[in-house]
Design a protein around this ligand. Structure first.
Ligand code: AMP
Length: 188
């Protein structure tokens, strides 16, 4: 199955992606994680990405699209994949469409995890304490929410218009959200 997980920063995409991918037997591909591991490893990609990720701005599309295009050529995506954090703007939707059309492997669904803004900021500040991510300071958190609203939220209408959007309430316990996710996918 080929899925995209959509939702604002802090909605629990990463947490849910891991469980969902395991159940579906497909890799969870998080562009944020790939950037973070490159930053940690001091690669050229990491050096380029860091100035963007540390301030909550999107890494340029060309860089991100090339990275995803390469990742989708790996053998482990044969049974499908779960994209977490990509696409994040309309241009990335077009790029992903082109990649999937070229491979003849369309998306099955886009899952939107919803949550209210106050809960998101609270969750991200808590994560900052636990994980120490450098982009989890209050200013950067706020900026990432603004970037989401301006650049990523319009993707909801794009995928809804294609009839492939599933909405899942991301509030509550992790396991409750997981159950809702599975129910939404089973009920398609
Ligand atoms: P995330 O872990 O998904 O919250 O991503 C962390 C940071 O990585 C974001 O704030 C961006 O700077 C960068 N990033 C992740 N995914 C993308 C993407 N699809 N396009 C551009 N930048 C991204």
């Amino acid at each position: 199955m080929r899925l995209v997980l959509l939702g604002p920063p802090g909605a629990g995409k990463g947490t849910q992606a891991v469980g969902l991918a395991a159940r579906l037997g497909v890799p969870a591909i998080s562009t944020g994680d790939i950037f973070r591991s490159n930053i940690k490893g001091g690669t050229e990609l990491g050096k380029l990405a860091q100035s963007y990720t540390s301030t909550g701005r999107l890494v340029p599309d060309e860089v991100t699209n090339d990275m995803v295009r390469d990742r989708l050529t790996h053998d482990d995506v044969a049974p499908g994949f779960l994209l977490d954090g990509y696409p994040r703007n309309a241009a990335q939707v077009d790029a992903l469409d082109a990649m999937l059309a070229a491979a003849g492997t369309p998306l099955d669904a886009v899952v939107l995890i919803t949550a209210d803004t106050d809960a998101l900021v609270a969750r991200l500040l808590k994560r900052a304490e636990i994980e120490g991510r450098e982009d989890d300071t209050e200013d950067v958190i706020r900026h990432r929410q603004e970037v989401y609203a301006a650049e990523t939220a319009p993707l909801i209408d794009i995928y809804d218009g294609r009839g492939m959007l599933l909405r899942v309430d991301g509030m509550g316990e992790i396991t409750e959200v997981t159950d809702r996710l599975f129910a939404a996918l089973d009920g398609r």
